[in-house]
Write a protein that binds this ligand. Sequence first.
Ligand code: CAO
Length: 243
Amino acid sequence: IPGVKLPDFSQFGDIEKESMSRMMAVTATNMQRSWLNVPHVTQFEDADITDMEAFRKAQKVAGEKRGVKMTPLPFLLKACATALAELPQFNVSIDMEKKEVIRKKYIHIGIAVDTPHGLMVPVIRDVDKKGLWELAAESAELAQKARDKQLKPAEMQGACFTITSLGGIGGTAFTPIVNTPEVAILGVSKAAMKPVWDGKEFQPRLMLPLSLSYDHRAVNGADAARFTSALAQSLGDIRTLLL
Ligand code: CAO
């Protein structure tokens, strides 16, 4: 691809130069590799999390006793694990040289963590086999380790899928870049109260915006719509996560 030729910016005003950190350089290369290799499409969906939020908030005292904060993230992890099990075409990697699809029989999910030194993606293993408290404790511990630069290489490897949640910060939607060789990534934006028509009148419901980017070589659009619908269904009625 044609490179970007930089002008001498100092002709326009004062500047200063700083070397990239190793992490910034690695992240930049990975992002570009994924962007250039993967034909991206993003599917959007809103999940009604009114009841989920009521349940989550009701766990506040239990969380204080356990020393663990229950955020929406463990619910998202569990909903994604269920959707990956229901739609295994998302739990693959593709080898274009050998023209092979590699199907994974495990469900490990990466979580994007914003740290002062850059983006890190620790991995929670066997999400399908863990409960919400375990996922809450493990994700908080891994996020803290990421911020403290204490993650071991093995703790950043082996993900089948990634969740990137900007919901604690803001925004209504975004188009995340697939963390290749995974074939899909879920972006989560900030939940907001919205009027939802129930057939007779508008009801105030708490809606969570979901943005699923996927590799269109591995996954087709109908399956992506099925995946986001499955997520909206599980988050809309978390009892279904027990089934
Ligand atoms: N909508 C509304 N509020 C949300 C929310 C959502 N989707 N998700 C989280 N929140 C709330 C939490 O409930 C919490 O509120 P209270 O303090 O009132 O309980 C607050 O936002 C902060 O949550 P948190 O960010 O500490 O916890 P989390 O489990 O939601 O997220 C983590 C953890 C690691 C994902 C997050 O800290 C983080 O780093 N996010 C950024 C990820 C990122 O950079 N992605 C971009 C990658 S591509 O460049």
